[in-house]
Design a protein around this ligand. Structure first.
Ligand code: M6R
Length: 365
């Protein structure tokens, strides 16, 4: 049932504040601001490393997770798309654990990667939406994302709930490994606890702008997304979302890679969507944005209040989100990315929930 929404995808975008609080409250205490035992079902303390594997959007959630595990838990992460991971013949040792992320819990390549790690004697964790799935059954520890059924082929609420779980696990790992102390834990969990309220505010705040901007975006054949730090996987996710449902060719790049190739494409016919909260990478990303502007590129700047105040560059559009803590920025910045792709697809008249050639669950290699 789509309720009063036109598509399941729209409904699932709007459900995020609510499902986010289900996901979070399973792993963190939203009143006392501490991580719960559910986030410690893997013993992170003795680990020498973590391997993460997944496909599509779930892989991009894992890529953001890598930044968090390394930063908050000093835990080195090896990550790859499951279709490569399963054949890489990488050396694994039992002092590593492995995490598999899958909305459906049935993705063939992710399952094969899981079995590969299991054979190598690694402890297996599964971050899944479908708790009765094969991937959940074969894991040692199951971390449900509690997003509720996701019907739209384009993943939205599963992505942000996967991020909520990964952030909680990274904090739990940091605590177990003595990297973050009690105060830091409280501070980080307090930020996570603000997510449902902030996401609900943001989704309503930006909706009209995303809808009108989608009319402009639908006129282009190619779009480039740039980001740095955790905004880099978000750039990849933005490009994936747009191409999946609107069929507009889109690419995501690490902002620092611009000069190493994609800058050759910059002209007035390829808008560049720059994702840049006012974080420790902001100035660097802005200098990449200047390179785009200097070559006549059109910029759609997705930033926050501080970022908007700090940049004087002329843009095609600036999307201003509230200033939020660094650990929750990826979830909050997912919203404009999802809404922009959604409205562009609606405007172009594609089959948003069932895009051509795609299946919700990919159970063959
Ligand atoms: O069920 P899974 O999470 O394992 O699926 C992985 C991908 O097939 C999935 O995320 C796909 O990329 C989505 N269509 C993205 O919107």
């Amino acid at each position: 049932d789509k309720g009063n929404h036109r598509h399941f995808m729209e409904k699932e975008i709007y459900e995020q504040p609510e499902v986010m609080s289900h996901a979070l409250s399973h792993y963190v205490d939203l009143a006392d601001h501490v991580v719960k035992a559910e986030a410690m079902a893997i013993d992170f303390k003795p680990l020498r490393g973590l391997a993460i594997s997944a496909c599509g959007t779930a892989f991009l959630a894992g890529l953001i997770g890598k930044y968090w595990f390394e930063r908050y838990a000093r835990l080195p992460v090896e990550i790859d798309v499951a279709s490569e991971f399963r054949y890489r013949e990488m050396p694994l040792s039992p002092d590593q654990a492995a995490l598999f992320i899958s909305q459906s819990g049935e993705t063939a390549d992710t399952l094969a990667s899981l079995r590969y790690c299991k054979d190598a004697g690694l402890k297996i964790g599964a971050i899944v939406n479908a708790r009765e799935s094969t991937i959940a059954r074969e894991a040692d520890a199951v971390f449900p994302i509690l997003a509720g059924p996701e019907i739209g082929v384009a993943s939205t609420k599963a992505f942000t709930c996967q991020l909520a779980v990964l952030a909680s696990l990274a904090i739990a790992a940091g605590k177990a490994r003595g990297v973050i102390n009690d105060e830091e834990e409280k501070e980080l969990v307090r930020h996570l606890a603000e997510l449902p309220r902030i996401m609900s505010h943001v989704v309503n705040l930006i909706q009209p702008q995303m809808e009108s901007l989608s009319r402009d975006l639908s006129k282009f054949k190619d779009v480039l997304y740039l980001g740095r730090g955790t905004s880099y996987p978000l750039a990849l996710e933005g490009a994936l979302k747009l191409k999946e449902i609107s069929y507009i060719h889109a690419e995501g790049y690490a902002a620092g890679e611009l000069k190493h190739g994609p800058i050759a494409l910059i002209d007035e016919n390829m808008p560049v969507i720059v994702i840049a909260p006012y974080d420790r990478f902001f100035e660097k990303t802005v200098s990449n944005m200047q390179e785009v502007a200097a070559r006549g590129g059109r910029i759609i700047f997705v930033t926050d209040a501080k970022g908007a105040a700090a940049s004087k560059l002329e843009t095609m559009a600036t999307i201003v989100l509230p200033d939020v803590a660094e650990i929750i920025a990826p979830m909050v910045f997912s919203l404009p990315i999802q809404l922009l792709a959604y409205h562009t697809a609606v405007f172009m008249g594609t089959d948003v929930d069932q895009p051509r050639n795609l299946a919700k669950s990919v159970t063959v290699e």
